[in-house]
Design a protein around this ligand. Structure first.
Ligand code: ZN
Length: 280
């Protein structure tokens, strides 16, 4: 599932190639992709509007429209947002298409083989009832900033494993399984350590590593795994997967200490990988 760095990469693409271009025409194929409202409502609210900003909160993309409405896009498991010439063949599973003004003639495509993803267009005055999950999100470390005191408060509130706490979107927004593992590895913290037992020194390290890992991953355009599911707006893969130190490396020697091996177990319902030697 795309996490903060992947969604941020898409957001930057939207800012560059989508914002400021009037939406001339809207097509909705699979209604499941707009299930929160309806095909008619999405078409009516988007047609003729111009996006004025592309923002992000956690794993959610939020586009402001000049009509005052907002469009929320959540990629979930397999969603992609692509921009391409109207003359190219649309990929299979293209469910929503926004034809844009300007030359060359291009369209924004929402592609989603597994259809867990969503496009929602709504009046921000009723956001709490249409997209209530946005109000429940914790601070986004990159978009809004996360200070060490906030992180300490979040972790001290729970006895769950620190890995599970980091993945709780209500505590910190945007971190998923890949970056949770990579951040804890860099911070040398054992993923099963109860969150409230993470020491002040470890919290400082964890805070620094959250920002380091996420920023490095954004600079690398995110992580594209073997399933090639995640690509940016132009269809390009990211490269941070080449720098994963524990995620997907179970059984291999630890690249950081050179002594331990990467082990894995299910924590909080997710397969978690860590080094038994350098993570305490
Ligand atoms: Zn190690």
């Amino acid at each position: 599932m795309p996490e903060l760095p992947e969604v941020e990469t898409v957001r930057r693409g939207l800012e560059e190639r989508f914002v400021g271009r009037r939406i001339e025409h809207v097509e909705v194929g699979r209604e499941r992709s707009v299930r929160r409202t309806s095909r008619e409502e999405v078409i009516a609210r988007l047609t003729g509007t111009t996006p004025t900003a592309a923002r992000r909160r956690g794993k959610y993309l939020i586009v402001d429209l000049d009509s005052g409405d907002q469009m929320m896009i959540h990629l979930r498991m397999s969603g992609q947002v692509l921009i391409d010439s109207v003359t190219t063949r649309r990929p299979a599973h293209t469910h929503v298409v926004l034809t844009l003004t300007g030359r060359p003639a291009e369209e924004l495509r929402f592609v989603d083989p597994r259809t867990f993803g969503e496009v929602v267009v709504y009046d921000p005055d009723v956001a709490d009832s249409v997209v209530p999950e946005l109000a429940r999100l914790g601070p986004d470390p990159i978009a809004e900033g996360l200070d060490p005191a906030q992180l300490r408060r979040s972790l001290s509130s729970t006895a769950r494993a620190v890995k599970a706490a980091l993945l709780d979107q209500a505590l910190v927004a945007g971190i998923g399984n890949i970056y949770g593992d990579e951040i804890l590895h860099r911070a040398r913290i054992h993923p099963k350590r109860p969150a409230r037992n993470v020491s002040p020194k470890q919290i400082r390290r964890l805070h620094a590593c959250i920002h380091e890992v996420l920023n490095e991953a954004i600079a690398a355009g995110g992580s594209t795994l073997d399933d090639a599911q995640y690509v940016d707006l132009m269809g390009e893969a990211g490269s941070f997967q080449d720098r994963h130190r524990v995620y997907g490396r179970a059984g291999e020697r630890c690249l950081s200490c050179g002594r331990g091996h990467v082990v894995s177990a299910v924590i909080g319902g997710r397969t978690t990988s860590w080094c038994g030697v350098c993570q305490r």
